[in-house]
Design a protein around this ligand. Structure first.
Ligand code: ADP
Ligand code: MG
Length: 250
């Protein structure tokens, strides 16, 4: 579903991604771990072209992200085409990013109705189904400001699902939550995993990684230091840097 090949990205003179290779198979969950500043968010952002790579390439479901190939030349996609690509990839942020002036229901129907031009009635029905799935059926009319962080993040997940994405990206989805609210959000993500949703999840929740990940990727200083099944990377890491990191977060 996702192929990342030799991806490099700098901000000014700081090379944040230094040749990343990564594959995510359809229906699998990849958990990305790594210290702050190692390039995890930047990597996720390149996958849906929120950041442009300097070199290397990324394909999602066989399509180059942000570019079109013609012969042996690459052409950058136009803004509108990038936006269309982006609707096939759901992104859930640490700080929810809900529209504060819209109700929960409106947050979920906004993109399907405005961006995808779906009929409103169908989008509303789908939103109610999604709210049930994330355990918030009774909150359709509420405003985000009246919800707990855990509830807001579950709305954000429902909103991402409303576009029926091929791929879901999570950037530290529980890092902004009080500890007692982390579980309800992880439960929703686990449920998605059981249903075969393809996901890349950046998180420090090692228990979640152990339970849900097909592959755990450890990043440090812009490179993939180590990757493999959770039982290997988490319990028998080969690299000293991985061991040092795990000893701090476990
Ligand atoms: P992580 O998510 O692993 O904490 P990030 O991908 O957010 O790491 O950041 C990696 C490095 O890139 C950090 O040093 C950060 O300061 C830098 N960085 C991220 N985004 C930008 C940006 N838009 N401009 C300049 N530097 C950035
Ligand atoms: Mg980050």
């Amino acid at each position: 579903m996702v192929e990342i090949r030799s991806v490099r990205k700098s901000f000014g003179s700081h090379e944040v991604l230094r040749g990343i290779d990564l594959e995510v198979r359809a229906g699998e969950v990849t958990v990305v771990l790594g210290p702050s500043g190692s390039g995890k968010s930047t990597l996720l952002r390149t996958v849906n072209h929120l950041e442009k790579v300097d070199s290397g390439r990324i394909t999602v479901d066989g399509k180059l992200v942000g570019y079109r190939r013609s012969g042996d030349k690459l052409y950058e996609l136009r803004e509108r085409e990038v936006l269309r690509q982006r609707t096939q990839i759901g992104f859930v942020f640490q700080n929810f990013h809900l529209f504060p002036h819209l109700t929960v229901l409106e947050n979920i129907t906004e993109a399907p109705v405005s961006a995808l031009k779906r009929p409103r009635a169908g989008a509303v029905a789908a939103a109610h189904t999604l709210l049930e799935r994330v355990g918030l059926a009774e909150k359709a009319g509420a405003y985000p400001g009246h919800l707990s962080g855990g509830q807001q993040q579950r709305v954000a997940i429902a909103r991402a699902l409303a576009l029926e994405p091929k791929l879901l990206l999570f950037d530290e989805p529980t890092s902004a939550l009080d500890p007692e609210l982390v579980g309800e959000v992880l439960d929703v993500i686990k449920d998605l995993a059981r249903q075969g949703t393809t996901m890349i999840v950046v998180t420090h929740e090692i228990g979640f990684a152990r339970e849900v990940a097909d592959t755990v990727v450890f990043m440090d200083e812009g490179v993939v230091v180590e990757q493999g099944p959770p039982a290997e990377v988490l319990d028998r890491p080969c690299q000293e840097r991985t061991r040092a990191f795990l000893s701090k977060v476990l």
